[in-house]
Design a protein around this ligand. Structure first.
Ligand SMILES: Cc1ncc(C[n+]2csc(CCOP(=O)(O)OP(=O)(O)O)c2C)c(N)n1
Length: 735
């Protein structure tokens, strides 16, 4: 194994030998390495005894983990490790007892309270951010975390907690030179998020140490299948401003020297670092895997000769740092420590089943609460908001205007807000702003924000949706308030993984220790005449199906303003869906309602009171339903009540129930496809809970289970139209 560090831009020679490490440090490294292996071995025993439920080991990775931890500062630097980083976590200060509490799924498991598998580390005091089982997602969080640290050090005023601020404005800490660690296996470098994270870290010269722990396999898939040419260092070598080191990751001294240099490079603000450590995987992928099924005997033997524990043991003896007796004594004492910690964990209290719903949402701030009921208190029309400032104005403004105005207001109010996404800046090349008006989003919703608040708070992301959401999560874990934009709902899918498995879950999976109350604004929907398949999509039920995520879908300018304000001040992650067709309509305009105007979530609006039938809807179907209801009244004398849900999670069940009890007939209508759509849930619940009140079956209206075609005839045929809604009203009345 070569010991020479290689670098395209910056290089370091990693010499064999103890270097700057004292004998005591060498012993401490060995102690931590053995401790890590012993915890693994004990867990394997417990798993075989069926006392724990899952085991995946850090065996073979100990030298890398311990040396990375020793080169960094626990509780000062930030850590986004992966499941093999047991030794890293032990060296940072996680105890064997904590690990066994994870393994048994105890209520007192500090990482997750029994919610996550063991090795999904988390420690708030140590700045180890709770990780999921998804490979490589955490790298983008690390990037966002590093950006937030830099932002806070340049804007210390943002760290000050203003009087009266909600819990959403968390206490933040920063030092100005903190470094962020992010690790992964070599197989996971195939994930797009790895490349997205490397790109942004390089572009912004962020202090992130990426550590690839290369054990040669991703479960049964050898390195050359994942990595063209078989060596990830060669592929990343041209990323600018990186410090690169490729080391024998079974040698803690070489690894420590590489990490020391990497951390120094990052701390000095010179850019990110990439440490590629070649290590081994002596215990199969996990206890569910048997590597003898796909690895040759010769290969396994060669690996075992590189076992980092054996090599370190030999070295300590060879260099006279420990005698054989001292080694044995050390190992025996670790055995006792580990056995005692495991025994204690087996006695630990188990999680309470009735608490399964805790920490899905914030327990500190309820977005349905009266705190946000400032609709009445506002003075509509008193000021204009937005770029123009707060000059008196009573003119009606579009939904686009009032969303923009809300962003201006909130950014003025809260220095922790950052806005990023594709094309949201006025101009990435700031110098051109002297002569151009600026872009400010493809729909101009963020126009003027960069000019007003500067390029550190409003900036363009790369064209990569997972990058946007992943970085937002990283920002939010530091207490920042990212309000990001995904340019079109049709292209949210690369970010779906981040939204589903990370954004919405962080609070629950960490048992309330971490949260990421970010806002994702997304233009959505059709009725565009020519929008076709890829600019007309809905699909909100795929997001309302995710616990932990608030989903908002306003139908008019005033609601959009008030709901966006609540979204931004809320302590939960929010998906804020903005219907493109409604952005500049004439019928849904309103005067600017002032900078404190907010609407609580989960409060439907009665758009049209009626006595004979209820029509539950939202978004662009609100004006279409209204058209149909007016005709039903005028031409057929049917009095339809229309409820605009405004927010889809939470939704206003009470308002629905009250209306249905009054009318006994109900239609649920939405623009998204009918089958498995949002209306199915509402209809099912009405059938379940209000059956006795119904005089007719619950009807649903939605798009055909097809795609929106480019030719307007094809669009009209697929999306629900007022005529179709009217027909449903007549049919239901006749039932
Ligand atoms: C996004 C995602 N896809 C698949 C998996 C299932 N899985 C878990 S670990 C793993 C292999 C990872 O290999 P590597 O990155 O080389 O790390 P190693 O386990 O070898 O340390 C796979 C495929 C997952 N957890 N996440």
């Amino acid at each position: 194994m070569q010991l020479a560090a290689s670098s395209a831009h910056d290089s370091v020679s990693v010499e064999p030998g103890g270097g700057s490490l004292s004998p005591q440090q060498m012993v401490e490294i060995y102690r931590l390495m053995v401790l890590s292996r012993r915890v693994d071995d004990r867990e394997i025993l417990l798993k075989r005894q069926q006392k724990i439920y899952f085991q995946i080991s850090g065996a073979g990775h100990e030298a890398l983990g311990v040396s990375a931890a020793l080169a960094m500062r626990p509780g000062y630097d930030w850590f986004f490790p992966y499941y093999r980083d047991r030794a890293l976590c032990l060296a940072l200060g996680v105890t064997p007892a904590d690990m066994f509490l994870q393994a048994v799924g105890a209520a007192t498991d500090p990482a997750s309270g029994g919610r996550q598998m063991p090795t999904q580390w988390s420690s708030r005091p140590l700045n180890i951010v709770s990780l999921s089982a998804s490979t490589a997602t955490q790298l983008l969080h690390a990037v966002g975390c590093a950006e937030a640290g830099r932002y806070l050090s340049r804007h210390p005023e943002a760290a000050v907690r203003a009087e009266g601020d909600y819990r959403a404005f968390r206490d933040v800490t920063f030092h100005g030179d903190e470094v962020v660690y992010a690790s992964l296996g070599e197989g996971s470098t195939s994930q797009g998020e790895f490349w997205e994270a490397m790109s942004t870290a390089s572009n912004k010269k962020l202090p992130v140490v990426f550590c690839v722990e290369d054990n040669g396999y991703a479960i049964s898939t050898p390195v050359e299948v994942n990595t063209p040419g078989g060596n990830i260092s060669r592929l990343v070598a041209n990323f600018p401003d990186f410090y690169f080191a490729e080391v024998d990751g079974t040698d803690p001294v070489a690894s420590f020297q590489a990490f020391q240099a990497a951390v120094a490079h990052c701390r000095a603000g010179l850019g990110p670092a990439f440490v590629h450590g070649h290590c081994i995987r002596p215990y199969s992928h996990s206890l569910s895997d048997d590597e003898r099924l796909y690895r040759s005997k010769a290969e396994l033997k060669a690996d075992s000769e590189r076992d980092p524990l054996l090599r370190m043991q030999r070295r300590l003896l060879r260099e006279g740092i420990l005698t054989a007796d001292e080694l044995t004594a050390l190992e025996n004492s670790l055995d006792r420590e580990v056995a005692e910690a495991a025994d204690r964990a087996l006695e630990a209290p188990l999680p309470k089943v009735e608490e399964i719903g805790r920490h899905i949402y914030s327990e500190d701030l309820d977005p349905t609460s009266v705190v946000f009921a400032t609709e009445q208190a506002a003075a509509p029309g008193s000021v204009s908001g937005g770029k123009a400032g707060r000059a008196p104005s009573t003119e009606s403004r579009t939904m686009a205007d009032l969303i923009n105005a809300c962003l201006f207001d909130e950014m003025r109010r809260n220095p922790r807000i950052v806005v990023f996404g594709e094309d949201v800046a006025d101009a990435s090349r700031e110098e051109t702003l002297a002569e151009v008006k600026g872009k400010g989003g493809v729909f101009k919703l963020t126009a003027g924000l960069q000019t007003e608040f500067g390029s550190e708070r409003v900036f363009n992301s790369p064209l990569a949706e997972a990058n946007i959401v992943g970085r937002a999560i990283g920002y939010a874990t530091r207490g920042m308030k990212p309000v990001v934009e995904v340019q079109f709902f049709d292209y949210i899918w690369p970010a779906y993984h981040q939204i589903h498995n990370e954004l919405s879950l962080l609070r629950w999976r960490s048992n309330g220790e971490w949260a990421c109350p970010a806002v994702i604004r997304v233009p959505i929907g059709g009725y565009l005449t020519g929008g076709a398949i890829y600019h007309s999509q809905c699909g909100e039920s795929l997001f309302t199906h995710i616990p932990g995520l608030r989903v908002v879908f306003p139908s008019n300018a005033l609601d959009a303003n008030g709901l966006l304000r609540t979204a931004i001040r809320c302590d939960d992650p929010v998906l804020f869906l903005e219907h493109k067709r409604l952005y500049r309509e004439t019928h849904d305009r309103a005067p600017y309602p002032g900078p404190e105007f907010a609407i609580p979530f989960g409060k439907a609006r009665i758009v049209r009171p009626g006595a004979q039938m209820t029509l539950v809807t939202y978004g662009a179907l609100v004006p279409r339903a209204l058209q149909a209801a007016e005709r039903a009244q005028r031409e057929h004398g049917i009095d339809v009540e229309i409820l605009d849900l405004r927010t889809l999670n939470p939704y206003d069940w009470e308002a629905i129930a009250e209306s249905v009890r009054k009318t006994s007939r109900v239609i649920v209508a939405h623009e998204d496809m009918l089958s498995w759509g949002y209306g199915a849930e509402i209809a099912a619940r009405i059938g379940d809970e209000l059956f006795d009140w119904l005089d007719a079956p619950v009807r649903r209206i939605g798009a055909k289970d097809a795609f929106v075609g480019y030719q307007p005839l094809l669009e009209n045929a697929v999306l629900p139209q007022p005529e179709g809604i009217l027909k449903a009203i007549l049919d239901l009345k006749a039932f």
